[in-house]
Design a protein around this ligand. Structure first.
Ligand code: FES
Ligand SMILES: [Fe+2]
Length: 343
């Protein structure tokens, strides 16, 4: 049985990746063709010709005035996926239509709905407004992961691994040493995991970007909306600093770390990552540092999870795990994901 929930919105790409040419990405084992139409919208349809399954993203297939012409025998499709012409006859078979997908472009992401399009309610897409807000500066990327998406969910819900896997970047001893609190909003389908470190070493990732010297108060507040959107609200401040009663927080630095966890197949994942900050907004040096440093951190996870996937794939089903307090968030996420898979 598939472990991937259907009838769900997934991030397929950054809006900046899709222009007026053919772009293909496999989402939940479905190869999907995207392009930006002449009116600026993004269109999504199956990347397989109905005739003999030739990929429409593959040269010599081409885009001509918002129509895609199959490079094998010339079947031609419009923005809605409907075939408008076939070679050698005037009658176009009524069933000649590519499956098309609901798309929403929002918060710098292109979201696509996988499953029954009748169930695609755009209002249900979780938001990450910082990624396209003038109050923040964002660096972002995407790394391919040769591991099932649930391994990335586990990884992101338990940040104690920062101390070990990301020591010298974002990990310090206090992360693993500080207990977490976990809350689940069953109705909304959101998992919250918090770790507030009152007096912690400042890892290079934050010391170099904020300029803070010495020890810090460091808060990590995770908000995961299964299956796809993960947000880490990170607050860095001088030791002892707390937000004002009115919510203002002038002494702190805020970083919103956003991941979109999109299954490519049952055993591979698109690992979209973004880091939005509310300080040094125009400092290109800080942007370059955070982009490079975060990518390194993501690649440390990718390397570990790729290994783990190979290990798990070689194990017989039903292997026994051992979970402890740090796993509470990850276990809650698994429960919500399982509910989405079976619902
Ligand atoms: S496979 Fe596309 S036209 Fe034949
Ligand atoms: Fe990590």
């Amino acid at each position: 049985m598939s472990a991937i929930p259907r009838d769900q919105w997934y991030v397929a790409a950054y809006g900046s990746e899709i222009g007026q040419d053919l772009f293909s990405r496999t989402i939940c084992a479905e190869p999907i063709l995207f392009w930006r139409t002449r009116d600026g919208g993004v269109t999504a349809m199956a990347d397989r010709c109905v005739h003999r399954r030739f990929p429409l993203s593959q040269a010599p297939s081409r885009l001509v005035d918002d129509q895609v012409v199959c490079g094998y025998h010339g079947f031609t499709y419009g923005v809605d996926g409907k075939c408008v012409s076939v070679p050698g006859q005037t009658r176009v078979p009524r069933t000649a239509r590519l499956r098309s997908y609901p798309v929403v472009e929002q918060d710098s992401f292109v979201w696509v709905f996988i499953g029954d399009p009748e169930k695609a309610a755009a209002a249900k897409i979780p938001r990450a407004p910082y990624l396209a807000s003038p109050g923040y500066t964002t660096v972002a990327g995407m790394e391919p992961l040769k591991a099932r998406y649930s391994l990335l969910v586990d990884n992101l819900l338990d940040l104690s691994h920062e101390t070990y896997l990301h020591g010298g970047y974002i990990g310090t001893p206090e992360v693993a040493d500080t207990p977490i609190t976990t809350e689940v909003d069953d109705e909304a389908g959101v998992v919250y995991v918090s770790r507030h470190m009152a007096d912690a070493a400042c890892p290079p990732f934050y010391a170099k970007s904020t300029g803070l010297q010495g020890r810090i108060t460091r808060w990590q507040d995770i908000e995961y909306t299964p299956p796809c959107l993960y947000k880490l609200h990170s607050r860095i401040a001088p030791v002892g600093s707390v937000p004002n009663p009115d919510g203002s927080d002038p002494d702190a630095f805020h970083v919103e770390v956003v991941y979109a966890i999109t299954p490519e197949t049952e055993h591979s994942t698109h690992d979209f990552w973004a880091v939005a900050r509310d300080f040094a907004l125009d400092d290109d040096g800080v942007s370059a540092f955070l982009a490079e440093n975060n990518r390194t951190v993501v690649l440390q996870d990718v390397e570990a999870l790729d290994v783990l996937e190979r290990v798990l794939a070689a194990e017989p089903d039903g292997y026994q795990e051992l979970s402890i307090n740090i796993d509470t968030g990850g276990l809650a996420a698994r429960r919500l994901l399982q509910r989405l898979v079976t619902s």
